[in-house]
Design a protein around this ligand. Sequence first.
Ligand SMILES: *Cc1c(COP(=O)(O)O)cnc(C)c1O
Length: 394
Amino acid sequence: MDRKSPKNGQSTGINTRLAHGPYDPAGQFGFVNPPVFHASTVLFADTATLKSRSRAPYSYGLSGTPTTRALEDALNELEGSAGTILLPSGLAAVTFPLLAFLGSGDHCLVVDSVYPPTRRFCDTVLKRMGVEVTYFDPAEAGAIAGILKPNSRAILLEAPGSNTFEMIDVAALTTVARAAGVVTMMDNTWATPLFFRPLDHGVDLSIHALTKYPGGHSDMMLGSVSATAETYGRLRETQMMIGVNAAPDDTYLCLRGLKTMGVRLARHEASALEVANWLESREDVLHVLHPALPSFEGHELWKRQFSGASGLFSFVLRDGDAAGAARFLDALRLFGLGFSWGGHESLAVPVDLSDRVVAKAPSGGAVIRLQIGLEDVPDLVADLERGFAAYHGG
Ligand SMILES: *Cc1c(COP(=O)(O)O)cnc(C)c1O
């Protein structure tokens, strides 16, 4: 019997595929997990081999090791992509394809509900490069054809949007982009490839902050860009020209995180929905911005395109201002106050939407974002009740 066959068969379930591979224990003395290669120099047997190194599987630490290759392979399988590059952070994974595909005189469209540091990059570095950026309202994504210009080269999507979770009809947008020869890139961090596969919806490049659910334990930073066959060559070449790749230990931690990502996400999803429903039932909460809630504006779009929801969402206080939100946040004991998400622990942050240029902020008071971790839900609800008590008491 071929002991390897279940690993590579697409017929197996997602958790089976996450638990096995993409490496083969028989090729590493039977050890279950792969070795971590710390490497710069690769030695060649002779001058002829050295000169033909572009055909060798590995030729220098920067261009990849068996460790980085294993993670690239795993992500290619999850995303359905032709090739994946790794970068030292999620933000680098967003900015990198913009650098690779845009140049002076080009026009780029960016969704207005984008991750705020992505906007800072567009407004500074891209602008200095001579790239013109237009932010579009995610609600107007269906009318993208009307804002394309002859020099439009790229569209950057993020769905759900950062902090407010606006949805987009991705396939409708990429159909227009493809017809116009415009490259589409999507920050897919919230959904992970388990709940959404951008390339299946016509997107060219799927971007992840692996720092979040793939890593899953708030202890590493990494990003990835997974590409179609048409876009991969340019992406990889640019990566090697700029000279950036992922560090071995962070890559290993991400490979380890992937093993449990399916079961962790199932728990994040269920607990977040439970907390979201509880928040929705409260008088002092005006909206819960969670794509899986039927009350959410983008719910139908989410349901049609996504196969699940992760553990990050926001809620809007009925009439609390920033000081009220601060009283709420300062009273929390289990929820940590801090950025990033996707780890085992719950987090809360106040949301600032003042950078939006066209998308409308939700009506009501202050917005608070929650990452629901792996703790027991009754404990999380008790903590949020402490927050509400402090908010009302101020
Ligand atoms: C966190 C995040 C990033 C950046 O990832 P880092 O690894 O923290 O740099 C990019 N996009 C989205 C949507 C994120 O939430």
